[in-house]
Design a binder for this molecule. Sequence first.
Ligand SMILES: Cc1cc2nc3c(=O)[nH]c(=O)nc-3n(C[C@H](O)[C@H](O)[C@H](O)COP(=O)(O)O)c2cc1C
Length: 309
Amino acid sequence: MRKRLIFLLSIIGISLCGCESNGGNNGKETIDTGSGNVLVAYFSVTNNTKKLAQYAKSHLDSDIFDIVPEVAYTSEDINYNDSNSRANKEQNDDQARPKIKYKIEDISKYDTIVLGYPIWWGQAPKIMYTFVESYNLEGKTILPFCTSGSSPIGSSATNLAKSASKANWLEGMRFSASTSEETFNNWLDQYIKEDVNMKLTIDNNELEVKWENNSSVKALNEIAKNTLTINMHEYGGFEQTGQIGQSIVRNDSSIDVVPGDIVLYQGNQISVFYNSSSYSYTRLGHINKSKTELDSLLNKDSVTFVLKA
Ligand SMILES: Cc1cc2nc3c(=O)[nH]c(=O)nc-3n(C[C@H](O)[C@H](O)[C@H](O)COP(=O)(O)O)c2cc1C
């Protein structure tokens, strides 16, 4: 089953300002793209961008489209040291629109396109312009990413966006060829909000939790489909903690926790706090209860923590 995705439309239009992207996600508006209507489209000559595009395809369980040139690029064609090479001539020609071999049959079924390309002389290759100008992308959400030797995404995506200005362009991100699948998927996760429907009970008390939008919570939600029961014990005068029984993805940072916070510790333990503390954790969620209520719930030798999705 395909994942249900919600792309956060914070930075629509990349604001066409040429500003440096950071892949951040500080917006307010969200849209539901429904299920199974995400396309990963990419152009790649030496396979760096292709590798990341394939990570996106597996992570999003999406369709994928390889932007194959009608005339393949040879190694001479992409010799950037030769001012007369095909790639260099195309990049210097505003009108160049290299032809694409295949066409997407029905682009209308996609609401969202994750669009990957290599940086050529600081910009998107001209074939990317052919691509975005070949379709009606009005109202579609486009999440661009690029690979490069060292150059940032710079103005490459904002310039490309001018050729499909009726689409909602999100702020893009540059990656190196050696980017790990985990790093790339973590970036994607910032833009994707999957439904998290876990219910938490502690000692049979059903608790209202505000879950974080991160890959650890999504991983936990998957585990909780088979009900996750953790026998927790009190630790340090501030938390109940216990083993998940397996390791899940984590993004630890040094954080201050307050009563009600639920965190992942070392990737394989969950802690629930009834007093404040500070350490390196990944935030999972927060229980909406007063300190007094949390104290009577958690300030005891042990509790049974149950997650059900
Ligand atoms: C014609 C050409 C121009 C390039 N220009 C740049 C550049 O301006 N900055 C940079 O960091 N890398 C540049 N590169 C390196 C590519 O962006 C990098 O190798 C990229 O990952 C290739 O992606 P691919 O394997 O998907 O084709 C250039 C490569 C080519 C072929």
